[in-house]
Design a protein around this ligand. Structure first.
Ligand code: TA6
Length: 302
């Protein structure tokens, strides 16, 4: 409790940013301003919710999400780093890396002149993280909550040898119904189809629509894409930089049932569109250099 008081004294902004004990333990920052409201768990620096003012949430958080220290939270915008998916050689290491399940610290919070709110967080290295990945890196996430939501994930190589990272902002977007959306912007692109555990190369024909489990890594694309939601009559635009892959995922009914933390029919109300560097597009960060993957999400009427 004293830690929470110190955190609020140092980084709280009256009327805009308050840190609270979240459900199940992890501390959550609540952000509210003239443009939007959002919440963010310090574990994993995970944005959990974002709703532009006057709109229903644009980011989906499972009603059955479990808030357990050291476990990933289903929904929001998990940070996958320093690898994406299963570890390349050691199946004992956590899927999607460890950044999403370890504590981060708040470095700075700021009320911006345009009414938006910015939070900067840094991953806290410890012996456990160093045992999983031996490189010297500094990872930070800048979150700007406004009429749009901006996330910038920066990897600084603080060591004296180059290293390779895979990464993603594994964002779950809230939708009216998975059968009634389509995703535009990836037409004609090459992707790896991961359904069934394989990795088959295919080419996208037209916008993406959904009628079954979908788990794809679109390669070599820096394109903006958009979720067109006929039921909610809105479009969510996803612009990005420093990202050459886009992952599109919905588990569909059977897999969602097995996962246990999506809630009844939860899979119908979500789609992940992840700005990533994965598979062919992993990134080499040279010693002393840095790499930033950034996104901006915007909601507009359809
Ligand atoms: O990004 C898609 C994916 O890699 C899928 O294969 C799926 O398993 C999903 O992420 C969720 O992974 P998680 O480890 O959070 O259960």
């Amino acid at each position: 409790m004293i830690e929470l008081a110190a955190l609020n004294a140092r980084h709280g902004i009256p009327g805009q940013v308050t840190f609270k004990q979240g459900p199940g333990g992890p501390v959550v920052g609540e952000v509210t301003n003239a443009h939007a409201s959002a919440t963010l768990a310090l574990q994993g620096a995970q944005v959990l919710t974002w709703a532009p003012r006057g709109q229903s949430p644009a980011i989906w958080l499972s009603r059955a999400a479990r808030f357990v220290p050291g476990k990933s939270i289903r929904g929001g915008a998990p940070v996958c780093w320093p690898w994406f998916g299963p570890h390349a050689t050691d199946p004992g290491l956590p899927a999607h890396g460890y950044a999403r399940t370890v504590p981060w610290e708040v470095v700075e919070t700021r009320a911006l002149d345009d009414g938006a709110t910015e939070l900067a967080l840094a991953l806290v290295e410890n012996d456990q993280t160093r045992a999983m990945w031996r490189h010297r890196a500094r990872l930070s996430l800048r979150v700007t909550v406004g009429r749009t939501l901006k996330l910038a994930l920066a990897t600084l190589n603080a060591g004296n040898e180059d290293f390779v990272i895979g990464e993603a902002l594994h964002t779950y977007f809230a939708i009216g119904d998975i059968a009634d959306i389509r995703i535009a912007g990836l037409e004609g692109g090459e992707y790896l189809d991961k359904v069934g555990g394989g990795s088959v190369r295919r080419r996208q024909d037209g916008p993406i629509s959904f009628a079954a489990e979908t788990d794809r890594i679109y390669l070599n694309t820096e394109a903006e894409c958009a979720i067109e939601d006929a039921r909610l009559k809105r479009r969510i635009r996803i612009a990005k930089s420093g990202s050459r892959s886009t992952v599109v995922w919905n588990p569909w009914a059977a897999k969602a049932d097995k996962m246990g933390d999506l809630g009844p029919d939860g899979w119908r109300g979500m789609v992940c569109v992840e700005s990533a560097n994965a598979a062919d597009n992993v990134v080499t960060v040279k010693a002393g250099a840095s790499h930033t993957l950034a996104v901006e999400y915007r909601v507009e009427p359809l």
